[in-house]
Design a protein around this ligand. Structure first.
Ligand code: PLP
Length: 422
């Protein structure tokens, strides 16, 4: 209650703006995940690794727009590419441009994909990958995993039926990180068109798929002729060639998005040539995949500028090493407490567990201590860290290591302050 009162006091302007917003948006919200009680903080601007709130508070941004803000806010190189495009090219031309083919070629070589197609979001990338898989196999069902998040209408919470999923009867839900359940559901269900999985479940937050589990999925999918789709919308940043490179996976299709549009709306799906040929419009029976903004020049130019000039392979390796270092530091601090730290590279999850059982292999294992988690959230905000309420972190390139050390010190102080609780 004390932390909450302090929050209300520090964010008086946000409270007013929230009341205004609620007049035209349900609960003042258009992205469910961004809602926080008693009300959300309104952001005014962002520069580099920091965001400024309407209440005049500056935060070190650990949300990193759920991994999409990898380059930080208004990276100078991306900013100048965008300004020049607005001035000299145009936003959306209604025709093919070399901007899309150039970005496509770079993505294909970087992520080892034969052919790709662009979309406006990661959600759409998954939607079209699934449509392609169904057409390719002539089958209908899709195996997914508890706790998965594959986009706005594709979420599979462990504790309730998949209420938000469109077209519910097509899904078979297996346990994440359960090798035998995955094998059984993929190999024995029949009519399986695709298996869709995240190499690390971002929504957990950050429940890491084991090597054995991910390879079992790949083997079983290939065995029954189902299309193995790896959702790398979050994880593609973890290595120069994404998580598939780290794990030695060879998915039939890969879906990505987020930072690969340089901060603009973006999604992409692609992989095996024989599957992606289904979309070749020179073939009269091709699958139609349209979208007014699929090749908008701003996303194409920003994505290309970022990947070709900023997030070079060596930068990706170094950046993720920094994330590993932070995670290890937090793990050390968490010893003997109810706090657990998960993740890979620059994507980190912090958990507060009622039973202190830290070996989180699936969403179902997790006994969330939501009160402690909320207290942590309030106190990290007060210490100047912008962080998600579920407590996940997606690092921003250029965040000084000293600032991450300051975060670790604040976590340490939190654990000491609440010794009896944690
Ligand atoms: N898949 C995963 C693993 C994601 O984390 C997300 C977004 O958080 C999506 C798909 C959906 O991407 P978008 O929000 O661009 O639709």
């Amino acid at each position: 209650e004390v932390a909450k009162a302090r929050f209300v006091e520090r964010n008086a302007t946000s409270l007013k703006l929230h009341a205004e917003a609620a007049k035209s948006l349900p609960g003042g919200n258009t992205r469910s995940l961004l809602h926080t009680a008693p009300f959300p903080v309104f952001l005014k601007s962002g520069t580099g690794y920091q965001v400024l709130s309407e209440d005049g508070n500056t935060y070190t941004d650990l949300v990193g727009e759920m991994t999409a803000a990898l380059y930080g806010h208004s990276h100078p190189l991306i900013q100048s590419a965008l300004i020049s495009t607005i001035q000299h090219t145009g936003l959306n031309l209604g025709g093919n441009t070399h901007h899309e083919s150039r970005h496509a070629a770079l993505l294909c070589s970087r992520f080892d994909l034969s052919l790709i197609r662009f979309t406006n979001s990661g959600t759409e990338a998954n939607l079209h990958a699934l449509a392609g898989a169904k057409r390719f196999t002539g089958k209908r069902k899709v195996v997914v995993f508890t706790g998965a998040y594959h986009g706005a209408c594709y979420m599979f919470p462990a504790d309730s039926p998949a209420e938000n999923v469109v077209d519910r009867e097509d899904w078979i839900i297996a346990e994440y990180n359960d090798v035998e359940d995955a094998r059984k559901k993929i190999e024995e269900s029949g009519d399986v068109a695709a298996v869709l999985v995240e190499g690390m479940q971002g929504g957990g937050p950050c429940i890491v798929g084991t090597h054995e589990f991910l390879h079992q999925i790949q083997t079983s999918a290939k065995k029954v002729g189902a299309v193995f789709i790896l959702d790398e919308v979050m994880t593609s940043r973890l290595a120069p060639g994404g998580l598939q490179e780290l794990e030695g996976l060879n998915p039939d299709l890969t879906t990505m998005g987020k930072y690969l549009g340089g901060g603009m709306s973006f999604g992409v799906f692609g992989g095996r040539e024989d599957i992606m040929r289904l979309y070749d419009p020179r073939d009269k029976s091709a699958l139609i995949h349209s979208g007014t903004f699929n090749n908008n020049t701003l996303s194409m130019v920003a994505g290309y500028a970022g990947l070709s000039q900023v997030y070079l392979p060596e930068v990706s390796r170094e950046f993720n090493k920094m994330g590993d270092k932070l995670r290890e530091k937090l793990q050390e601090l968490s010893q003997g407490t109810k706090m657990a730290v998960t993740g890979r590279g620059t994507i980190i999850g912090i958990h507060f567990l009622k039973d202190g059982k830290k070996d989180i292999k699936s969403y179902r294992d997790k006994k969330d201590d939501s009160e402690l988690r909320e207290l942590f959230w309030y106190e990290m905000l007060a210490d100047g860290f912008w962080i998600t309420r579920r407590v996940s972190i997606a690092l921003i390139l250029g965040t000084p290591w000293e600032e991450l050390e300051r975060f670790a010190s604040c976590v340490e102080a939190f654990l000491k302050r609440h010794e009896g609780l944690v």
